[in-house]
Design a protein around this ligand. Structure first.
Ligand SMILES: [Cu+2]
Length: 362
């Protein structure tokens, strides 16, 4: 498997340098205030309309293709390594800077996929008024929402696709409690990073399916709202204890040490420039940074019944169908994510316990 990945990596490196998208440098002056990234369901309709039209202009300029190309070219270095959080933070800021070239007032939202975690197809993010839902037809083309009928050109010319994991639903994502526990229980960056990457982050990619399962996923704008959420999770972890802003200690995909001076692939900047969302060139915060925001109050209050959308209480854990648990699977399709088998197994077992606990089953 590693050999195959190295070949793919080598070929995609040959195709590098063809990223046809502006790369605005991080402004090195002190932030002139912070913009607040909100959860997308709380955007006003005028905020959404401006955001959506700027995204359409980005699409017409071919900038999503350029971003997808960058993500694809550096796939090997930025997944399954300590670069995962800081690189994707820088990448989401890149997207933000591009949108602001079109409309300087745009602030990107994040997609909280822990709300509606057990019936994500009901989340407003996946509705026709926002990013649209499952792909349709034999090609699984996205036909509603912001990117309805968009054509991607990377890796080949065709529609943007989604292919929900369990038919009409992406299947469950992680409950907020599970994310909250990983935040509070992992005090070291390296284990925290690996648990999130191999757990809830991977689970959303696999649940949405289609292009979301590929390294050219940034063709689908929803990718950036997913990664803004992943970025928020890192920010909540950092905010919980200020000392965590100094912890980046981890390794590259091939085992070399990563520290604050390590250079982010493609951007050629030290990690230290992307360690804080409040630092020069980033200058944002989130509407909610409390660890306690990751609590599934709704489920806790629902009298210990596990409705999972169908309203049927479940008494015994063995009666919970397998597809009602969020999982990450490692196979040929997901190989480029560099998932780590031990961590994946651990996280699958961990989130299973959380779901059982929420359901009140015995
Ligand atoms: Cu990625």
């Amino acid at each position: 498997m590693l050999f195959l990945k190295l070949i793919v990596f080598f070929i995609s490196s040959l195709l590098a340098n063809s990223q046809n998208v502006p790369n605005p440098q991080l402004d090195d002056s002190v932030c002139n205030g912070l913009v607040v990234r909100k959860e997308l369901s709380t955007m006003t309709s005028s905020e959404w309309n401006r955001f959506a039209s700027a995204n359409r202009i980005m699409y017409q300029r071919g900038w999503f293709t350029g971003l997808a190309q960058i993500h694809n070219d550096y796939a090997m270095e930025i997944h399954g390594s300590g670069f995962f959080f800081p690189w994707h933070r820088r990448f989401v800021t890149h997207y933000q800077l591009l949108l602001q070239r079109i409309d300087p007032n745009i602030v990107i939202p994040y997609w909280d996929w822990t709300s509606n975690w057990n019936a994500p197809e009901r989340n407003i993010a996946l509705s026709p008024s926002m990013f649209g839902g499952n792909g349709r037809g034999s090609q699984r083309c996205v036909r509603d929402g912001i990117s309805a009928n968009w054509e991607r050109t990377l890796p080949s010319s065709q529609c943007i696709t989604r292919n929900y994991r369990n038919g009409n639903t992406p299947g469950p994502f992680w409950p907020p409690d599970a994310v909250g526990q990983v935040i509070s229980q992992n005090t070291r960056f390296s284990t925290f990073s690996r648990n999130i990457e191999n757990g809830c982050h991977g689970n959303v990619h696999i649940g949405i399916g289609g292009d979301f399962l590929e390294m050219w996923a940034p063709n689908d704008p929803l990718f950036f709202m997913h990664h803004a959420m992943v970025d928020r999770i890192w920010s909540v972890w950092q905010e919980a204890n200020q000392r965590r802003y100094n912890d980046i200690s981890s390794t590259t995909f091939d085992g070399n040490p990563i520290d604050m001076n390590s250079i982010l692939p493609y951007y050629n900047e030290p990690i230290s420039m992307s360690i804080s969302m409040r630092s020069s060139g980033h200058c944002y915060t989130y509407d909610n940074l409390a660890t306690s925001s990751f609590r599934d109050l709704r489920t806790k209050n629902s009298n210990n019944t596990y409705s999972n959308g169908d309203g049927i209480p479940i008494k015994h854990c063995k009666d919970i169908p397998e597809q009602h648990y969020p999982t990450v699977v490692i196979n040929n399709k997901t190989a480029m994510f560099n998932f780590d088998k031990d961590v994946v197994d651990n996280m699958n077992a961990f989130v299973r316990k959380v779901v059982n606990n929420l359901s009140g089953c015995k």
